[in-house]
Design a binder for this molecule. Structure first.
Ligand code: GRG
Length: 305
């Protein structure tokens, strides 16, 4: 990736992040919205702390760039992107709870249960999860009903039993019984890969892509989802906590098997290069239009935080 490519990608990521943050700030205000009786201020504050705290907004970027590939750079893509970020943020809030990873810091700040309390963190997570589906289904999201149903179905699958929560359940079991390589890959495809796959597939749904292109985007999402987790496992070994804004070295401390612990750092770096090549190949039919998505694959594989 040339320096020019990197700066165009970084600028677009920041630009998309600013747009999604502005929308989320508006949506998560204390002001009750149509059809709501009230918005409990402490619940809203906990939700905002879990969401508006400086994430990279990578998943929203993927939704919006994938939609743009099919000519749909619309407000609807921004609302779906915001919905997905609500679900991602909820997963981090719950993952940090004492019953799960028991973390004190996230995105460089105290975790929600540390700043508020456990009950507030549980309710903030629950509320973000349900609000995400409301955001997609709401009238203000200008998509036809068929697209909304497709998005809600795919998002529920990605976030639920066969996706993120199922993957988290397998991850907790993996601390007791170490999975083999296939088991690790399956667990990771569910825990972190499914939401990233959804982000890319969602763009195709919003852009009314044909089934073949929708599948192509979903496969691209799977490749970069695996790359994302491999890079995360690598950073857990190589980066320091101050740089990451969260604790590192946790996998080794928990005796957790990862592909990095099985195969080592050099093998992981080679895998990452292979996944970037695979992602680029999947996007090849879209030509120059997919340049930013190709750069996203590189960014994910090479990221330092
Ligand atoms: C508790 C229901 C439930 C699910 C938890 C995804 C997950 C499942 C837990 C997160 C644990 C974790 C840190 C996994 C590593 C991959 C990951 C999701 C990292 C954080 O995502 P980034 O780097 O974070 O996109 P930002 O802060 O930039 O949004």
């Amino acid at each position: 990736m040339t320096d020019q490519d990197t700066s165009l990608f970084q600028m677009t990521l920041l630009h998309r992040a600013a747009a999604v943050e502005a929308l989320l700030t508006d949506l998560l205000s204390d002001q009750p919205q149509d059809g709501e009786i009230s918005r409990p201020p402490r619940l809203m504050a906990a939700m905002r702390h879990g969401v508006l705290n400086g994430g990279k907004r990578l998943r929203p970027f993927l939704v919006m760039e994938s939609a743009a590939l099919f000519g749909a750079g619309t407000p609807a893509a921004l609302r779906v992107a915001a919905a997905l970020e609500c679900i991602h943020s909820y997963s981090l809030v719950h993952d940090d709870l004492p019953a799960m990873d028991n973390d004190d810091m996230r995105r460089g700040q105290p975790t929600v249960h540390r700043k508020f309390d456990e009950a507030a963190a549980i309710l903030a997570g629950d509320s973000l999860l349900t609000y995400a589906f409301e955001l997609i289904a709401a009238e203000a999201t200008e998509l036809d009903p068929g697209a909304k149903v497709a998005l809600v179905t795919a998002l529920a699958r990605a976030a639920g039993i066969g996706g993120m929560t199922g993957g988290q359940a397998l991850d907790l079991e993996a601390e007791k019984v170490k999975p083999d390589e296939a088991g690790i890959i399956r667990l990771q495809a569910m825990k972190t890969g499914a939401l990233i796959r959804f982000a890319c597939e969602a763009g195709a749904v919003i852009g009314n892509a044909n089934p073949e292109d929708r599948e192509r985007l979903a496969e691209y999402g799977s490749a970069i989802g695996l790359a994302f987790q491999l890079a995360d496992d690598l950073l857990d070994v190589t980066a320091d906590a101050a740089h990451m804004g969260k604790a590192t070295g946790k996998d080794a401390a928990a005796g957790k098997a990862t592909l990095v612990s099985l195969h080592g750092i050099d093998w992981t770096k080679r895998q990452l290069s292979g996944l970037v090549a695979q992602a680029e190949e999947l996007l090849a039919p879209f030509g120059e239009k997919a340049a930013l998505l190709k750069q996203a694959a590189r960014f994910i594989a090479e990221r330092q935080s």
